[in-house]
Unconditional design. Structure first.
Length: 145
């Protein structure tokens, strides 16, 4: 099966919203996803049959990128797709002369923290009780490009 990364298109919203609902305890609304994808930067990772298996949303302001969301379908987790997506993002940001990436991650999400560390992210500070359902702290992480 071939996997491709491409820019968001309006017709992707339904699949992205469905993934969001399945993956997160407090999913973004369809309107929030649409607004973020249309006004920020959004890419999807899809199979050769056009099934979206992952998406990445963020915003580039001057020379800093804020990663809002990276999500991979449960069936495709732990297979290197999130790592591949982050490597794509870092390469794309290098071309744009971006200097730094920021993100927040649940302090209990050890798999995601390991992934980010593997990609060169370092913890910056802790935001107490940042997440709800379940309540959790957020670790703000950053990576120089």
């Amino acid at each position: 099966m071939d996997i491709a990364i491409r820019a968001y298109q309006d017709e992707d919203l339904g699949q992205i919203a469905a993934l969001e609902e399945k993956l997160f305890s407090l999913p973004w609304s369809r309107d929030s996803l649409k607004d973020s994808c249309e006004n920020g930067l959004c890419w999807v990772m899809e199979t050769d049959s056009q099934e979206i298996i992952a998406y990445l949303i963020g915003v580039l302001v001057l020379d800093e990128f804020s990663l809002y969301n990276i999500a991979v379908s449960k069936a495709f987790q732990n297979k290197g797709y999130a790592f591949q997506f982050l490597k794509f993002l870092i390469s794309w940001l290098q071309e744009k002369k971006c200097e730094k990436i920021f993100l927040e991650v649940r302090s209990q999400n050890l798999a995601a923290i390991r992934l980010y560390q593997k990609c060169g992210f370092k913890p910056l500070y802790l935001r107490r009780h940042y997440y709800k359902e379940p309540v959790d702290d957020a670790i703000t992480m950053t990576r120089q490009i």
